[in-house]
Each structure stands twice: as structure tokens, then as C-alpha cells.
Design a protein around this ligand. Structure first.
Ligand SMILES: [Zn+2]
Length: 479
């Protein structure tokens, strides 16, 4: 086993067991041996195979991204940023997923490789990847060097549209059951993978596209394996209305009745709770249900903010006791930008600067994500935790002056200052470049894959439109 020492680090954000939260250390050594942190303090005197000069570095625990869709989201660059339907409360999700989705496994592979690079370059070391399974997924995830939580998605129904306002469902429970069985097989393969960094999350895709039985059996399978469970819940007004129509309950209330909530359950988004101003439900119990049950929420501000959607509000969720984590539901996969956006949007929603702090949001991106994933060895740096470590360059101009380096990082420099990333003690980013994957080559393959996706749109869209009609360019092109 090799030992690496980050010598004389200018700043380290580390876990303080006595205080029960993260604190700054200045001018300390951080040593890790194999996949574990060995030492944090002054003057490490043990043998070292490698010494890294930390005098111009902020050292962070690796960030944890608990919600992403690498298999297709990079394909939407230039396509989804302003794609939303006023007739569906501004979401473009249902129209887009029907007309524009990955056409083939090569497209999925290019998209995922590109996304994994973005993720690593923003300082993420643990990633929950919620994707329909595709061949080569497990091996690419292993190759990326990330700590991977594979969440193979499946459902009993698929959405479809015949017009621009009614969300319809094509049910096929046999397909859902087959997807569930396949998902468990992939999770077992991930857990058994020789790299030792892969795990799984049981992931029926959406609360409105799965039968009660499939959801209950999925939750039980996660519990039996000691794994987390995730499902999209309350992600659109259309979904909430559909669930109230079916059950006379909000999606959260229905999920509680089914026994789906509690520690280890991560709800994707949970934005449209019954207190939200776009729902104005009569019960006002959703937030309390989530907090009292110890349920986690994966908050992904960017895609929703682009639609004009906002969580109301992050600070209230924290105070209700909800386990808050962050994710990147779309490209760019930049968790630092999500931290910044989550902070600013919470304050706008609350009209109150004190509703959340930078420390609250950094905690969500590290400890909150770790709690959601039932892992106390991630999201923190202390002797014995996993050596998932990010080094931020204090000499990066956008970090200067680094009076408060976490604020410099979150509000100013973001991914531009990420220089080195270690996962499980192994270096995967050096000098701001991913060592394990080829982002440039993946970018070229991604462009070709996006073209194939656009070419297929007229055959998939409910009105037979081409991609430019569904989502025009931001400016007209000269004749
Ligand atoms: Zn999602």
C-alpha cells in the first residue's frame, strides 16, 4: 500500500467529531494510505511514497452527486436550456423525452463518458447515475475512477403525449418487472466488480410510472440489500395533479402510505410539495412527512430554474429535518454551480439571506449526500474515512483573494480551480485534466450522437416536427 502526504496544506476542510460538523484547518498535513485517510494534523512523520506541496491548495472532501442521468443529458446541450411548455406548467420533460432521446448504445456511451469527465472536473468523487441500463455501463463507470452508485432505471409505464397538454401513460407491468430483475442483476454485478468502488441504488424511475406493487417490492429489495432507494417524486405540477386524480393524495402522502419513505430513500426533486405556491394543496403535510421520516431529497436547482421553477425553499426543508443532498439532473454536471444556485435560489424563494448558509449547502454536497447513501465513510475527511479528496488551486485568479476559500470556490472560481482529484486514494484528475477518460474524443462522438438524435425526432414527436421546430436555436441563422 502506498502512502501519500499533502504537506503543509494552506487550508483543509475536515470533519470534527467533537463539534459534529466540518471546520477549516490551516497549515496541516493530510496523509492517506491506500484508500483511507491516515492522518490529519501538524508534521506527519511517517514514511511517504509521494509528497504533494499543499501550500497553494484548499483540500476538500470529494463532493457527492446523488442524482444524475449521464446516459443522455449531455446530448441535450443547446437543446433543453429553453425548452418548456407553458401548457404543462413550463416543463419540457415529457415532450423532450418522447421526441429526443439517445438513439443507440454508442450515443449512451459517448454521453456518459462526457458526463463523467464533467463530474470529476467539478470535484465530485461519488456519483449516483440513474440510467436505463446499456451494454458497457459498468465497465465505463469502473474505468472512470469515480465511486459509482449505479441506479438502473425501470418502470411499469412510459409517458407519451398526443398533444401539448395531457400527460398520458402506456402501462406494461411485465416490462417493469423485467426491468426490475435486470436492475438487481446489474447492481449485484457492480457490487462484485473487482475495482471495489461500485455500488448500487434501487431505482424505479418515477412515482407516477410505477405500480404500487413494483414500488413496494423495489423498496423491500433495497432494504434487504442494505442499499439506498431512489425515485422521482413531485418533479412537476402535471405529476402531482395526476397522483391526486388517481389517489386523492399528493405523491409524498401516497409514498408514505406505501412505506417507501425513511432513511435510505432519496426522492428526486420533491419540489412540488403541497405547500408550494404552484400547488397550494389543502393538507400542507408533505414537508413534515419527509422530515419526520428521515427521507432524503436530491435537490438539482439548474434544470428547474431554467424552466422558472423554484424549491420553496431549501432552508425550510433543512429546518423540517429533511436530509438534503445535491445532484446534477442535466448538463453541465457541475456540482459547485449547483451549490451556488441552491444558495441563491433559496434566498430568493425565502426573500431572506439567512435562510441558508454556504456551510449548509456545502454540507448538503458532502455529508448530506453521504447520509442519503447510508455511508458515513464518505463526504468527510478524518482518519479512517475514504481517501476521496479534492485539491483546489488557491493561485487560480478567481480564487483570489482567498480570505474565505470556500466562498471563493463556491461563488467565484467553481470547477476552474479544481486541480487534483483522488478517489479511493487513486488520482483521477491531474492539473485539471481527467486521467482515466478522454473528454475530447467523447465530445466528438457526442456531436455525432446528437445529430442522430435530432434526425430521429420527426418520427417520435407527437406532431412529427423536426428538432428545430421543437426547440429552435437561440438566434436565427442568416440565409
Ligand atoms: Zn432526474
Amino acid at each position: 500500500m502506498t502512502t501519500t502526504v499533502i504537506r503543509n496544506a494552506a487550508w483543509v476542510i475536515a470533519w470534527d467529531e467533537t463539534l459534529g460538523h466540518q471546520i477549516y484547518h490551516r497549515g496541516v498535513d493530510l496523509a492517506f494510505e491506500g484508500d483511507r485517510v491516515l492522518f490529519l494534523g501538524r508534521d506527519f512523520r511517517g514514511p511517504a511514497d509521494r509528497v504533494i506541496d499543499g501550500s497553494a491548495r484548499l483540500v476538500l472532501p470529494g463532493l457527492i452527486d446523488i442524482h444524475s442521468h449521464p446516459e443522455h443529458e449531455p446530448l441535450y446541450r443547446g437543446i433543453r436550456e429553453e425548452h418548456g411548455l407553458p401548457s404543462m406548467h413550463m416543463t419540457g420533460l415529457y415532450e423532450r423525452s418522447q421526441a429526443l432521446s439517445a438513439t443507440d448504445d454508442e450515443a449512451r456511451a459517448a454521453s456518459a463518458e462526457f458526463a463523467y469527465c464533467e463530474v470529476l472536473l467539478s470535484g465530485v468523487t461519488s456519483l449516483v447515475d440513474i440510467s436505463p441500463p446499456w451494454p458497457g455501463w459498468v465497465e465505463l463507470f469502473a474505468k472512470s475512477g469515480l465511486r459509482g452508485f449505479l441506479a438502473p432505471g425501470y418502470n411499469s409505464a412510459r409517458w407519451y403525449l398526443e398533444d401539448d397538454h395531457e400527460l398520458r401513460y402506456a402501462w406494461d407491468e411485465e416490462r417493469g418487472r423485467a426491468g426490475f430483475a435486470a436492475a438487481l442483476g446489474i447492481i449485484d454485478a457492480a457490487l462484485a466488480h473487482r475495482c471495489g468502488r461500485l455500488s448500487g441504488v434501487v431505482s424505479p424511475m418515477q412515482i407516477d410510472t410505477c405500480t404500487e406493487a413494483l414500488l413496494k417490492d423495489s423498496r423491500a429489495a433495497a432494504r434487504d440489500r442494505g442499499l439506498p432507494f431512489t425515485v422521482h417524486v413531485a418533479q412537476s405540477v402535471s405529476e402531482v395533479r395526476e397522483m391526486v386524480r388517481r389517489h386523492g393524495q399528493t405523491p409524498v402522502q401516497w409514498a408514505q402510505g406505501l412505506g417507501l419513505l425513511g432513511p435510505g430513500t432519496i426522492l428526486g426533486h420533491a419540489l412540488y410539495l403541497d405547500h408550494h405556491s404552484w400547488i397550494r394543496g389543502w393538507t400542507k403535510s408533505d414537508l413534515r412527512i419527509l422530515g419526520d421520516s428521515g427521507t432524503a431529497v436530491a435537490h438539482c436547482p439548474t434544470p428547474f430554474a431554467r424552466y422558472g421553477h423554484i424549491m420553496e425553499n431549501f432552508g425550510d426543508y433543512l429546518r423540517a429535518g429533511v436530509v438534503m443532498g445535491l445532484g446534477t439532473d442535466c448538463a453541465p454536471h457541475n456540482l459547485v454551480e449547483e451549490i451556488r444556485k441552491a444558495a441563491v435560489l433559496a434566498r430568493i424563494a425565502a426573500r431572506d439571506i439567512t435562510t441558508v448558509s454556504t456551510a449548509d449547502l456545502f454540507e448538503a454536497a458532502t455529508l448530506g449526500g453521504a447520509r442519503a447513501l447510508l455511508r458515513d465513510d464518505l463526504g468527510r475527511l478524518a482518519p479512517g474515512t475514504k481517501a476521496d479528496i479534492v485539491l483546489v488551486d488557491l493561485d487560480c485568479p478567481q480564487m483570489q483573494p482567498a480570505r474565505d476559500p470556500l466562498r471563493s470556490f463556491v461563488y467565484h472560481a467553481a470547477d476552474r480551480a479544481v486541480r487534483e482529484v483522488f478517489v479511493d486514494g487513486r488520482q483521477v484528475v491531474a492539473d485539471g485534466r481527467v486521467l482515466s477518460l478522454d473528454q475530447n474524443a467523447a465530445g466528438g462522438r457526442l456531436r455525432a450522437a446528437q445529430q442522430r438524435m435530432e434526425d430521429a425526432a420527426p418520427g417520435r414527436d407527437y406532431r412529427g416536427r423536426n428538432a428545430a421546430e421543437i426547440t429552435p436555436l437561440s438566434l436565427p441563422v442568416a440565409e
